[in-house]
Design a binder for this molecule. Sequence first.
Ligand SMILES: Cc1ncc(COP(=O)(O)O)c(C=O)c1O
Length: 408
Amino acid sequence: MSVPPPGLSPSFLPYGRQVIEDDDIAAVVEVLKGDFLTTGPTVDAFEAACAKALDVPYAVTCSSGTAGLHLATLALGLGPGDAVVVPSVTFLASANCAAYVGADVAFADVNSDTGLMEVPHAEAAAARAGRDRVKAIVAVHLNGHCVDVAALASAFPGVPIIEDACHALGGRMRGGDQAWHTVGACPDSAIAMFSTHPVKTIATGEGGVMTTRDPVLDERMRRMRNHGMVRDPERFTERDRAFDSKGAANPWYYEMPEPGFNYRLSDIHAALGIRQLAKLPRFVAARRALRARYADRLDRLCPHIRALPVAAGCEPSWHLSVALVDFAALGIERAAVMNALRAEGIGTQVHYAPVHLQPYYRATHPTPELPGAAAYYARCLSLPLFPTMTNADVDRVVDALARVTGVG
Ligand SMILES: Cc1ncc(COP(=O)(O)O)c(C=O)c1O
């Protein structure tokens, strides 16, 4: 994303992009010159830094956010016959993690203005699937805005919640204890999952981080990201093969109680992650300031264009800056607006088309109409937002949006 697509000027503003500085590059080079490119100490150091920053006992890295979601459904032991409640307005991976383990996806509607799943939406989806079959809920913090995880936890006692916090690194939300918590601290959830893809708040190229307060889930996720291998002698079950005649564990020995995957993050990625994580407060402050400017400028274009409203109980880190544009009332197609903005050097995106309408899920999990998801999808437009943008860039985007839509 750092290089504009062919034919576009260097002043092109993509909807999101990474910020890589000299010290990030130096940290990667140092690992490249060292002994461990993978399974080395830099991964451990990145995990320790994540756990500290997110105020949680366990952080497990992996090769992508998608791999992290898969590890979460594996660690929770989900499988055929189980149902997982997932909001329909999200990235494909939030739902696919249930499909990977053979569980059913119960698609939930969302608030038409925030795009967030609320308790009544989850209740309706659970009722359709059969409440007893619901064995997990994926709470998606869309745009960096937080779902009310505490409310979901009290509405579904005993049902583990996976926070898909890909968009919410650096945010804070109110927990069931009424205190404010860093997103990822898991006060009310089983697992929280982050992506470090370049458009996210920090970048490692590809990568994911899962956090949990539960040592059992931590162990399972670590094991399943590394082929399902067990190396702890205390857990070996094949005593004859595991130990020598003196009772010491054979140095080469490992066991595999169930097959896992290679979902490891490399030390090269982790080196970048450590440097990027140190910059999280700066990145989030910049995003918040830019989003405030957007909100101010967009709200002058009401009622047909406005900024996403801020949900209660949340201090968002703003992964995306979404405008709600009433394309129908304006009598203009979204594609025409996006193409016109692109011609002015402004990249936009749509986050997201409802996942229950994907051909695979239409065929396998037919879902009734979800009006909130439809209304949100019809109006959402993600505008450029990344920490190195300036206020002048924001003004340029909003002025162009007003011009191409004929508003203001
Ligand atoms: C909400 C959400 N969930 C999951 C993912 C998957 O993350 P990754 O691209 O790191 O696999 C993404 C990435 O775009 C996402 O936005």
